[in-house]
Design a protein around this ligand. Structure first.
Ligand code: ATR
Length: 266
C-alpha cells in the first residue's frame, strides 16, 4: 500500500486541527496518510513549500498535498504556478498540489467549505438574501462561492466602506451583489442569512445590528470557531439559529482532501 504525505504549513501552527481531520478522512477512505504540521519561519515559506514538493514523487512516502494557513495564504497564491478559479477569485490559496506537468497548483477550498457547511446545517442559499459582514481575506474567499450558490442578493457590509466597494466591483455586472451602508440599515429588507467574516467581537467588543435586518429565522454563521464571539452572542440574544465556523473548518478540509485523493463524501 502506498503511503502519502501531506501537511499544513503556517505560523503559528501548534493549534491546527488539520492533522486530526485529515487522518480521519484517510481512515475513512482506506488511505495510508502521514499528515504533519510544519511551522514555517516567516522568511522560509517559499523554500519549504518548494522542498516539500521537490521530494515528490521519487521518494516514499509520496508528498502530495499541502494546506496553507495564516499568515501565508496570499504568499501561497503568489507562489502557485497555476490557480484554480476559486483561488483566483479569493486571491489566496489554502491548498497546494502538483498537476500532471508537475506544476504547483494553488486552490482555495475555504468558500466552498462555507457553502457545504451551511448545506450540512440544512440551509440552502438558493434564492436567499445574504448579508456578508467584512471585507478582509475571509470575506474575499467566501464571496464567489456564495454568488455561485445562486443567492437572490448578496449584500456586503464593512466598517471601512471603501474596502467593501473594491471587493464587490468585479462582480457587480454579473451577479446580484450590493453594498450595504449604515444608512441603508433602517430601509433594507431583512436577510435570510448573516455571515460574519470579520474579526470583530473577538476582543470584548460588543456586536449589534439593527433589527430591521433580521426576521425570525435569519440564520447566523460566524466563520470563527472555538471562541464565543460577540456576533453569535447577539444572534443567541435574538433567538436566531446560529453556528460557529467549526463545520466550515471540517468542510474546507474535506474539500482539500478530495483535491488530493479524488474522493469526496459530498
Ligand atoms: P481576515 O483575513 O481574517 O478577513 P482581515 O483581512 O484583517 O482578516 O479582515 C478583518 C475584517 O474584520 C475586516 O473586514 C475588518 O474591517 P475593516 O476593513 O474596517 O478593517 C473587520 N473588523 C475587524 N475588527 C472590527 C471591528 N472591531 N468592528 C468591525 N469590523 C471589524
Amino acid at each position: 500500500m502506498k503511503t502519502y504525505r501531506c501537511a499544513v504549513i503556517g505560523n503559528p501552527i501548534a493549534h491546527s486541527q488539520s492533522p486530526a481531520l485529515h487522518e480521519q478522512f484517510a481512515r475513512e477512505a482506506g488511505i495510508s496518510l502521514i499528515y504533519d504540521k510544519i511551522l514555517s519561519p516567516l522568511e522560509d515559506f517559499e523554500t519549504i513549500v518548494r522542498d516539500f514538493f521537490a521530494k515528490s514523487p521519487d521518494t516514499r512516502p509520496i508528498h502530495c498535498g499541502l494546506n496553507i494557513t495564516l499568515p501565508f495564504k496570499v504568499r501561497a497564491y503568489q507562489l502557485a504556478e497555476q490557480h484554480t478559479d476559486h483561488a483566483q477569485h479569493a486571491g489566496a490559496v489554502n491548498t497546494f498540489y502538483l498537476n500532471a506537468k508537475h506544476q504547483l497548483v494553488g486552490d482555495n477550498t475555504d468558500g466552498i467549505g462555507l457553502c457545504r457547511a451551511l448545506m450540512q446545517h440544512g440551509y440552502s442559499l438558493k434564492n436567499k438574501r445574504v448579508l456578508l459582514l467584512g471585507a478582509g481575506g475571509a470575506a474575499r474567499g467566501a464571496l464567489y462561492p456564495l454568488l455561485q450558490a445562486g443567492v437572490r442578493e448578496l449584500s456586503l457590509s464593512n466598517r471601512t466602506l471603501s474596502k467593501a466597494q473594491q471587493l464587490i466591483k468585479p462582480y457587480q455586472s454579473q451577479f446580484p451583489i450590493t453594498l450595504l451602508t449604515p444608512e441603508d440599515f433602517s430601509t433594507s429588507a431583512p436577510f435570510d442569512f448573516i455571515i460574519n467574516a470579520t474579526s470583530a467581537g473577538l476582543h470584548d467588543e460588543t456586536f449589534t445590528l439593527p433589527t430591521p435586518l433580521i426576521h425570525r429565522q435569519t440564520y447566523c454563521y460566524d466563520m470563527i470557531y472555538g471562541k464565543p464571539t460577540a456576533f453569535l452572542h447577539w444572534a443567541a440574544q435574538h433567538h436566531l439559529p446560529h453556528h460557529d465556523g467549526y463545520s466550515m473548518l471540517v468542510a474546507q478540509a474535506r474539500e482539500s482532501f478530495a483535491r488530493w485523493f479524488g474522493s469526496s463524501s459530498f
